[in-house]
Design a protein around this ligand. Structure first.
Ligand code: ZN
Length: 412
């Protein structure tokens, strides 16, 4: 435990949440591993029957050698790889990944409030832009994400000339977009060449202005039971909820509320009803170090006095956590303003009444049926309630040709 930090940098709280975008097989996961030494590709099943989006989180601490020049001075270890001297910790960062093309785009939209910057991975061994690369740039433009580093991956697979030609294709491709001035860093992930250059660009990204004074709100990304099976009842530890703090500050001892909460056991009603949970924060951490307060940045685990049965196996994913009595009410009907994306790869029929839509709301994925539709205003009846923060951007997915496709986003 870090008790006395002195003049050292506090690396317990992540300073930046970095999302990764890029065409399938362009090397997002191996880049994340080169930076964090962790594979994030552990959630193969993204949208399951209960429709939860599984986010992959992996943290790294960026160190910098004071003696060496950039970019060689940047590293994710406390020893300088250039001179062998001691490197000082600069900051903790969290890499966020989502599996699959549709969920990745949906996550980028619903996670816009927690993603501070992106790594946009474009592989040199295919012409630029590929279809998904095009769509990801569309999302970047839509969300106005200016904090971006373009990672030109797999340059070791092609020759120098081809890499330069491809680099120019990228420059041409991003011209006129919100990231037209973003740095392009050619990397060889397998040999860890130029990863330091990517780290330098991340470390020097503009730091987001965090809202740490308003009522806190956290999206639940994971939840679990830390007790071993067969443990004595009096030794039971309460459930743990892990999530991304959108705003505000949580402290030890806080009385918190989790919404929409637990499914009520009532029978006879077609609609599912939920009861909010109230509990107390008894410990918190970034997954490694204990903390006594937490603000936006990274994945924060809150240990609670909650019955662990509710928290086990990600049972609370999709909920929001806040101070008692300070959360938005859960709603079962919703009116959104719909913004259609201009996807060229899908043939889209017009929307009809009773059509089911999937909405991503924070980490919740809600199924709604269209009750009424008038131009871009859609009234939905939700299968189960959601606690919704005003102004949230929600990805909207339609079932087209037996697949759920991201067709636009809604605001409520
Ligand atoms: Zn050095």
């Amino acid at each position: 435990m870090v008790e006395n930090l002195g003049d050292k940098v506090d690396t317990r709280q992540s300073l930046l949440n970095i999302g990764t975008l890029g065409h399938i097989d362009h090397g997002k996961t191996s880049l994340t591993r080169a930076i964090t030494n962790v594979w994030t590709d552990r959630h193969s099943e993204s949208i399951k029957r209960n429709m939860t989006i599984k986010l992959g989180y992996a943290d790294a601490i960026i160190y910098k050698c004071q003696k060496c020049k950039a970019p060689e001075a940047y590293n994710t270890k406390d020893v300088c790889k250039n001179c062998g001297g001691k490197a000082e910790p600069l900051m903790r960062i969290s890499m966020i990944d989502a599996p699959g093309h549709e969920t990745l785009m949906a996550t980028a939209i619903s996670g816009a409030s927690i993603i501070d910057g992106i790594l946009f991975v474009i592989a040199a061994n295919e012409p630029c832009p590929m279809q998904q690369t095009k769509e990801h740039l569309m999302i970047i433009n839509l969300l106005g994400i200016k904090n971006a580093v373009i990672v030109q991956s797999k340059v070791d697979v092609v020759g120098k000339e081809a890499a330069i030609k491809h680099y120019n294709q990228i420059r041409q491709f991003i011209k006129g977009s919100v990231i037209e001035n973003a740095p392009i860093i050619p990397v060889m992930t397998t040999r860890e060449i130029n990863i330091d250059g990517v780290l330098e660009k991340i470390a020097t990204m503009e730091k987001p202005k965090r809202d740490v004074t308003s009522d806190p709100l956290m999206y639940v990304v994971r939840s679990f039971d830390v007790n071993k099976p067969g443990i004595d009842a009096e030794k039971l530890t309460g459930g743990v909820v892990g999530g991304a703090i959108v705003k505000g500050r949580f402290k030890l001892g806080d009385k918190i509320e989790i919404r929409p909460g637990i499914k009520a056991q009532g029978k006879g009603s077609k609609k599912e009803t939920y009861t909010p949970i109230v509990t107390t924060v008894i410990a918190m951490s970034n997954g490694v170090d204990p903390m006594d307060e937490a603000t936006p940045g990274g994945l924060i685990g809150l240990s609670t006095e909650l019955d662990p049965a509710f928290a086990k196996a990600d049972g609370l994913v999709g909920n929001v956590v806040g101070h008692m009595g300070k959360l938005p009410e859960s709603v079962s009907t919703l009116t959104i303003t719909y913004h259609k994306l201009n996807r060229t790869d899908i043939q889209e029929p017009g929307m009809k009444e009773n059509e089911p839509l999937i909405l991503g709301v924070g980490t919740a994925t809600a199924i709604g049926f269209i009750k009424r539709i008038k131009r871009d205003t859609i009234e939905l009846e939700l299968k189960r309630p959601i606690a919704l923060l005003k102004g949230t951007k929600m990805p909207v997915m339609r079932n087209i040709g037996q697949r759920w496709k991201l067709t636009g986003y809604g605001t409520a």
